[in-house]
Ligand binder design. Structure first.
Ligand SMILES: Nc1ncnc2c1ncn2[C@@H]1O[C@H](COP(=O)(O)OP(=O)(O)OP(=O)(O)O)[C@@H](O)[C@H]1O
Length: 368
């Protein structure tokens, strides 16, 4: 199913409409509550959300390990609901790599191809290609019980990529790795995706991981998708309180809508000062609203210049940056994060009256 974004024709790899999954039980669990999603061919797409929000269920429906209760699910324009898992050009990498410990690296990578009955020469060529791709050629003859966790992860990836699936599903594949290895593998996965051109659908509950790796992110909560967008879009312009809260730290401010021009709203803050804020195209807020402002997007100034005014409550030094906690006069707490330089904090102490400013369009109007 082609569609057009910015004049470019894009193919949709996976498309779901009103996809529901209810697990039977007492009471039944609605794991997906009507999901609409279009995942483009060749993109690194991430499903992000807290534990139990339905990420794995959505992957399992796409893979064919579960059937939906209702709704449609298409791959490149054709329904896949009647296709069993092995007939879908989709492969999955799980959190537990599920490698065969008594087989070598090369045998593990070639195993799926052998099951598919591919000719020996083709298997050998693909295994070589995959080992080079994940940089494991030198370990071809090692048993997978004799390699490290990070290397096992590479082998699991190579094995999943070997049959050249059109879509690769990755269910928290980095969560068993330590911090440093995880960082390295994040970059590695991104490289693998762009080199192979395969659509990656990646599941994580780690917001930083999602922001680092993804072309687009779907933020999920309680079986629903709350927002889909690029990392910057999701971070700088969260559409609702859940997204703003789940991804990074945010200040929430009461305000009143004073007019609108497209996606720009004129707003009046509790101090009576006016500024402009961004809003989603599909919302029509009026009257009292809540704004979100990231701590690093605001600056401390003298009280007279402030859009908001208040008293400095706490100064917390973090090495690279300092957090300033301000009790605003309307009773709310505002936290600012400023990068440290030799003159940061100069002359400021607890109890001082201060002003807070942020640029036009920096604040985001949240959906109710
Ligand atoms: N086989 C099942 N039978 C009954 N309920 C299930 C089953 N699998 C998942 N659930 C429930 O469905 C909801 C969604 O689960 P799912 O595993 O999709 O969430 P998740 O976002 O992947 O969570 P996590 O990050 O913890 O893996 C949860 O409430 C879970 O308890």
């Amino acid at each position: 199913m082609p569609c057009s974004v910015g004049g470019q024709s894009l193919k949709i790899a996976i498309s779901a409409r009103n996809l529901r999954k209810v697990y039977p039980g007492q009471p039944p669990v609605e794991a997906l509550a009507g999901v609409d999603i279009d995942i483009q061919d060749n993109e690194f797409f991430t499903l992000l959300g807290p534990s139990g929000c339905g990420k794995t269920t959505l992957l399992r429906l796409i893979a064919g390990f579960e059937n939906p209760t209702s709704g449609s699910l298409e791959m490149f324009g054709d329904s896949i609901l009647d296709a069993p898992p092995h007939k879908r050009p989709i492969n999955t990498v799980f959190q537990s790599y599920a490698l065969f410990p008594h087989m070598t690296v090369a045998q593990n990578i070639g195993f799926g191809l052998e099951m598919l009955g591919k000719p020996k020469a083709e298997i050998a060529a693909t295994v070589d290609e995959m080992m080079a791709l994940v940089k494991m050629t030198e370990m071809a003859d090692r048993q997978t019980s004799q390699i490290s966790g990070g290397q096992q992860q590479r082998v699991a990836l190579a094995r999943a990529l070997a049959p050249k699936p059109k879509v690769l599903l990755l269910d928290e594949p980095l969560s068993a790795l330590d911090f440093k290895l995880r960082k390295d593998m994040q970059l590695e996965l991104k490289r693998l995706q762009s080199e192979t051109g395969i659509t990656f659908i990646f599941v994580t509950h780690d917001q930083e991981e999602a922001l680092t790796m993804s072309d687009r992110i779907a933020v999920m909560e309680a079986g629903s998708i709350r927002q889909i967008g690029g990392p910057r879009d999701i971070y700088d312009h969260p559409a609702e309180r859940f997204v703003a809260d789940f991804i990074g730290d945010t200040n929430f401010l009461p305000a009143e809508i004073d007019g609108r021009d497209g996606t720009t709203a004129r707003v009046k803050l509790s101090s009576g000062q006016k500024t402009t804020a961004r809003m989603q195209e599909d919302t029509t807020p009026s009257g009292k609203v809540t704004l979100a402002v990231r701590p690093e997007h605001a600056r401390l100034v003298g009280e007279a210049e402030g859009l908001l005014k208040g008293a400095l409550r706490e100064i917390v030094y973090f090495g690279t940056d300092t957090h300033f906690h301000v009790d605003i006069d309307d009773g709310t707490r505002f936290v600012l994060r400023q990068q440290n330089s030799p003159d940061t904090e100069a002359g400021l102490s607890q109890g001082d009256r201060v002003g807070i400013i942020f640029g036009d369009g920096v604040a985001q109007v949240l959906r109710d």
